[in-house]
Design a protein around this ligand. Structure first.
Ligand code: PFF
Length: 453
């Protein structure tokens, strides 16, 4: 596709919702609430807010700058902005990370579909805690069933991406994001009206500064990175579809605010319900697929219909959040194949879906029947480790260095002010963060995650 016949998002709202859709995902719902609750409640939230707004926003604006100025997907953008240099590797890193993440992320996303069906068919009614553990283990280790849902989820993603930027990504975000907001508000209100919900609120919101140490700081930064979809070129690919009048600073702020609000609201669903029935919430997949169905069953168990509706709404919420994120991951790779190799969009998307189906199947099997280890990890965990802990911070760091040190300052200024039409009084601070603060912070996250600190 040539630079001038590129499709753009049809509206500024569409652009914001699509980018927010990428950011809001499984990371907001199962990881943030647990991290916050266990690391000092409101104290963690304050640290997290600082990470999002001081570090996350500038990096997001930097990704937007790369995308909109190059008018190319991330795989090509760096070659357009810095032809003949090695900076092109940042783009390849993003494409590869997107491809690898999509495989294992879709496995978990597929589980949400199984749980939607289970909620709908009343399979959770009258079950004990032990039953919920068994249900999850039997399902996730089954060699066949999760693969059906993986395929279904990848096909949903595939068809939306094939429909294109305006009719697929933008339109679906405009439908799914409002649904997601409504569901999350309704669920949070129901959860907070349960008896003893106050204890859960206290767990999430009561500040305990004694728990804030360097580890918490670094954990919050890593979480902010993953949650805002930074370091993978998703947002820079989406920004290549922004119109000339889109305001980069404002869009980044909206995405940051939406993403953070969804994360906090997820905590307002999970903790009041868990504390109301006296169950200590835990982390990760077991929280959303073992603990929560049990919590919902007990919390609303007196009225099985209510428990069913609540569980159903929760898993639909998760599926929507995951889908808007998988779409953005898929788009990074599809757009690259489409632009770089001039493949038709449908063919490019087919290749991506096919590849992710293979990595997804391997990831899923590695949780059950396939117990070989690679570098001491199962395939699923290996993909998670390599992408989230290595590729993501590395490419985030390189983006900071690229925009902070390599790109002309005037080019960044022009993008932020839309050619001088808008004010951007924060520009010197933004550049300072990109040049110095963010790179140092990312190196620290990196070292911490690899256990070097
Ligand atoms: N931000 C998504 C989440 O919080 O679940 C995950 C994600 C999507 C990360 C897209 C990176 C990405 F490029």
């Amino acid at each position: 596709m040539q630079r001038n016949d590129r499709v753009n998002f049809g509206s500024k709202l569409g652009a914001i919702l699509a980018a927010a859709g990428s950011a809001v995902g499984l990371g907001n719902i199962w990881r943030f609430p647990y991290e916050a609750g266990n690391h000092g409640g409101a104290a963690f939230i304050l640290v997290y807010l600082a990470c999002v707004f001081v570090m996350g926003m500038p990096i997001m604006i930097a990704e937007f700058t790369v995308g909109r100025h190059s008018k190319a997907s991330t795989g090509k953008a760096f070659s357009v902005l810095a032809p003949g240099t090695q900076w092109k590797w940042i783009g390849f890193l993003g494409v590869l990370a997107g491809l690898l993440i999509l495989g294992y992320y879709s496995v978990v996303a597929g589980w949400t579909l199984e749980y939607i069906v289970a909620a709908l068919t009343g399979s959770f009614v009258d079950k004990t805690s032990a039953d919920f553990v068994a249900i999850f283990q039997n399902f996730s280790q089954d060699p066949f069933r999760p693969l059906v849902w993986l395929l279904a989820f990848l096909l949903f993603t595939h068809f939306i991406v094939v429909k294109g930027v305006k009719d697929g990504i933008e339109k679906s975000s405009k439908v799914m994001m409002p649904m997601l907001f409504i569901l999350i508000v309704v669920l949070a209100c129901c959860s907070m009206s349960l008896p003893n919900a106050g204890k859960g609120l206290e767990f999430l919101l009561k500040p305990d500064f004694s728990k804030v140490n360097a580890d918490v700081f670094l954990g919050a930064m890593g979480q902010a990175f993953f949650s805002l979809s930074l370091g993978m070129g998703c947002l820079s690919t989406y920004a290549s579809y922004f119109g000339p009048d889109a305001k980069l600073g404002k869009t980044a702020l909206s995405v940051g605010v939406i993403d953070t609000m969804v994360a906090i609201m997820a905590g307002l669903i999970i903790f009041p319900a868990a504390f109301s029935v006296g169950i200590q919430p835990d982390a990760g997949p077991s929280l959303i697929f073992i603990t929560l169905p049990n919590v919902f069953q007990q919390a609303f168990g007196g009225v099985p219909f209510l428990a069913t509706v609540f569980s159903l709404m929760f898993y639909v919420l998760l599926a929507l959040a995951a889908l808007t994120s998988t779409i953005s991951l898929h788009e990074v790779v599809t757009a690259y194949l489409n632009e770089q190799f001039k493949l038709r969009r449908s063919r490019a998307a087919m290749l991506v879906t096919g590849f992710c189906l293979i990595t997804g199947v391997l990831s899923s099997l590695s949780l059950g029947v396939w117990d070989d280890k690679i570098l001491g990890l199962g395939f699923f965990d290996l993909l998670d480790f390599v992408t989230a802990k290595i590729m993501l911070p590395l490419s985030g760091l390189l983006v900071c260095l690229f925009v902070g040190w390599y790109l002309k300052r005037s080019l960044s200024y022009e993008e932020l002010t839309n050619g001088g039409l808008q004010k951007a009084s924060y520009f010197p601070l933004y550049m300072f963060i990109l040049k110095y603060v963010a790179p140092v912070a990312i190196v620290l996250i990196f070292a911490n995650e690899l256990g070097l600190l």
